[in-house]
Design a protein around this ligand. Structure first.
Ligand code: GLA
Length: 693
């Protein structure tokens, strides 16, 4: 049997999915009828139901009450709105906690958390597992063949609040996980380097989670605890999924992962188990360039989906309520955000939530239907977006192809940010964001993929601060270059193995051959200190003393007193290895300098911008048969005119072969494929063997 997919959902919907979380239990029945009418008015075709309904569905142990879901699912079906039915396991009800007080999670310092929020459960609790599995079984038995059901939504944001639990049940589960991983205590002692500080274990029972202690915890233990915690939730996810697949195998299944918003779970591992990859994204309000974070996360979603279309399960119509100062979106911003996700491969755009809550912890979170109802900007924009997406339905199923891969790895993120390292100013996400932003400013499309991914289809591969690199993944990168690929590696990469043990023999042990250099010393800079580069720019936070072993320095730290601790030494190097090229940046390069490096590398690798556009115009292409679709997103205050070949489906008219993209606007062009036969389309994958060298 072919696995169900997002294509099954969009086929059924007749185009792009549009809707949000629908929580009718918060409202009296009369309101549900108004909801149906307004959903239709807004063009909503899919809603997530039941995500926090456990206490309604099962008001007491063993007693199910299906009245609400029965009625709501029938009502939605009558109105032609499909249902993404959630397993409500992210919010165990008060009776559960009262019955199983030991199932509450425990913090690193040993406090057991109280009831009163959501995800109040220990991921390894057998009582929780039993209660959740019973509930999921009952839900799937009742609704597995309901005509409204289009998709299963497993749990909600696994691990958002409770991923790291330090209770005794978790400790026992951790030991079992370690026994499976290491088989012998000898292997564990070796991996964790337990001879340091006399930590050698003689019995599995001596091992605890890395709880609060006197000084630094063992980093190998911490890293494995992260892995174990992610795996514990993944096991729960797998169990719920198995029940749903057994009882309703025809229904596609998803869970909403959080991309870079969630450090604690390995998003790739969860996405790999789903028929539909879906993600949530919220703009970091303090970031004036939050649209770049959005684009990065959309490209990561596509990476998690191995290039296939994916679903934006949640974003916001305006402000959120959890960021301190929760900035409202400006007019047109929701459209711009939504169409950017669409441009980067989403086949569905959903919001948290349909109707803004009157009470409860999220009443100040925006929604599709605000407190004021249908008066006001937000509703107007929601309605307009619904009709625009209907007009863009032909985009569904087309693909975005990244020419470049940026390696992104949760394990690397965990490891780089462990305690007791050379500098805590080196943040993994900052490094990834820098490299992504430089590429974004060049309008070169990239996928974010794990370091073990098949890289052979990418013209260039970038590895920002990939501190943790296993031998196997290092081999993957080396082979890629050897066979003709173009690799650029950021500072403090390839330093430790998967156990956080240093690759010996000169840094960066895992990559020094392919890079043709040895780093003699890592030289973090003091806060406020900067190292001048030959091009007149300044690097902050970090420098390295590099000794070339075959590489050519392309840029140096200035050989002047302000050149910093590596003055005169290489800051950017380049090395020919096999049939390919490997670059290294021995500091956190300032944006302009990084941009120049990536422009040179991409030009040599044949990775070209989607269009030649002025700064502030974001361009992405979705490719398909018989058309390509060019998305032009204007982040500036001025209209931008651009030559295009095709017709505008949204946002403008094409006149005299030119599209005018309004300030803050988005234009979607249906391109004629016949117009580009001689010129391979940017984004078309090829093997690096064929790349010009
Ligand atoms: C997450 C959750 C939602 C809601 C939103 C608010 O994404 O999944 O239930 O809490 O955050 O931004």
């Amino acid at each position: 049997m072919v696995n169900p997919s997002l294509a099954d959902v969009t086929r059924r919907l007749g185009g792009i999915a549009y809707g949000g979380d629908y929580n009718p239990e918060q409202w009296p029945r009369e309101v549900w009828h108004e909801d149906m009418r307004l959903m239709r008015e807004a063009g909503v075709n899919l809603v997530t139901v039941g995500v926090f309904s456990w206490s309604r569905i099962q008001p007491r142990p063993g007693a199910y009450d299906w009245r609400l879901l029965d009625e709501v699912l029938d009502l939605l079906h009558e109105h032609g709105i499909a249902v993404d039915l959630a397993t409500p396991t992210a919010a165990p009800p008060p009776w559960f906690t009262r019955q199983h007080p030991d199932a509450r999670p425990v913090t690193v310092s040993g406090s057991r958390l109280a009831h009163g929020s959501r995800q109040v459960f220990c991921p390894s609790s057998p009582a929780y597992a039993q209660a959740a599995d019973d509930l999921v079984t009952a839900l799937a038995t009742r609704y597995g063949s309901h005509p409204a059901l289009a998709m299963w939504h497993v749990h909600n944001e696994w691990g958002n609040h409770n991923a790291l639990c330090y209770c005794d049940t978790s400790a026992a589960a951790f030991r079992t996980w370690l026994q499976e991983r290491y088989k012998t205590l000898e292997a564990l002692n070796e991996a964790w380097g337990t001879d340091f500080w006399s930590q050698r274990y003689g019995d599995w029972e001596e091992i605890d989670p890395p709880r609060d202690t006197t000084a630094f915890r063992n980093p190998g233990q911490e890293l494995d605890y992260r892995r174990f915690s992610s795996d514990a939730l993944l096991a729960r996810h797998a169990e719920e999924s198995a029940i749903l697949r057994r009882l309703a195998p025809q229904v596609p299944l998803t869970t909403n992962v959080m991309g870079t918003l969630e450090k604690k779970i390995d998003g790739y591992a969860f996405a790999a188990t789903c028929d539909v990859v879906s993600v949530d994204h919220y703009l970091p309000a303090a970031d004036p360039d939050a649209h770049i974070d959005l684009a990065l996360n959309a490209d990561l979603a596509r990476g998690m989906a191995a290039g296939r279309p994916w679903l934006l399960m949640e974003h916001s119509t305006s402000a959120v309520n959890w960021q301190g100062v929760n900035v409202a979106k400006r007019p047109g911003e929701t459209r711009r955000n939504s169409l950017t996700h669409l441009a980067r491969g989403a086949d569905g755009l959903m919001f948290f939530q349909w109707r803004q809550s009157r009470a409860g912890a999220e009443k100040w979170h925006s929604a599709m239907l605000p407190h004021a109802g249908t008066d006001g900007r937000v509703w107007k924009e929601v309605k307009a977006l619904g009709s625009e997406l209907a007009a863009l339905r032909e985009v569904t199923g087309t693909r975005v192809r990244g020419d470049v891969a940026i390696l992104f790895d949760w394990h690397g993120w965990w490891a780089l940010e462990l305690a007791a390292r050379p500098s805590d100013t080196l943040s993994y996400l900052d490094a990834v964001r820098d490299w992504y932003e430089a590429l974004w400013r060049l309008n070169i499309t990239c996928d974010l993929v794990p370091p073990g991914a098949d890289l052979s289809g990418y013209r260039a591969v970038l590895a920002p601060s990939l501190y943790l690199l296993s031998d196997g993944d290092a081999e993957n990168l080396t082979r890629y270059v050897d066979q003709g690929g173009h690799l650029a590696v950021g500072c403090f990469s390839g330093v430790v193995d998967e156990y956080d043990r240093v690759h010996l023999g000169g840094y960066p042990g895992a990559l020094r051959d392919v890079l043709g250099l040895v780093v003699d010393e890592y030289l973090p800079l003091r806060s406020g200190e900067a190292a001048r580069l030959e091009d007149g720019s300044y690097a902050r936070h970090w420098a390295e003393r590099v000794e070339p072993r075959g590489c050519t320095p392309e840029l140096r730290f200035a050989d002047t007193p302000d050149g910093g601790p590596a003055r005169g030494g290489p800051a950017v190097t380049r090395h020919t290895y096999g049939r390919g090229t490997a670059w290294y940046a021995a500091c956190r390069l300032p944006m302009n300098t990084l941009g120049k490096l990536l422009r040179t590398l991409c030009a040599e690798a044949g990775a070209t911008p989607v269009v030649d556009a002025p700064p502030g115009l974001e361009a992405v292409r979705r490719s398909g048969e018989p058309h390509d679709y060019l998305f032009l997103i204007n982040h500036t205050e001025e209209a931008i005119r651009l030559p295009v070949t095709g017709v505008a489906l949204a946002g403008a008219h094409v006149t005299d072969g030119q599209a005018a993209v309004p300030p803050g606007g988005v234009v979607v062009i249906r391109e004629e494929l016949a117009s580009t036969p001689a010129d391979p389309r940017p984004g078309t994958r090829h093997s690096p063997q064929g790349a010009s060298t």
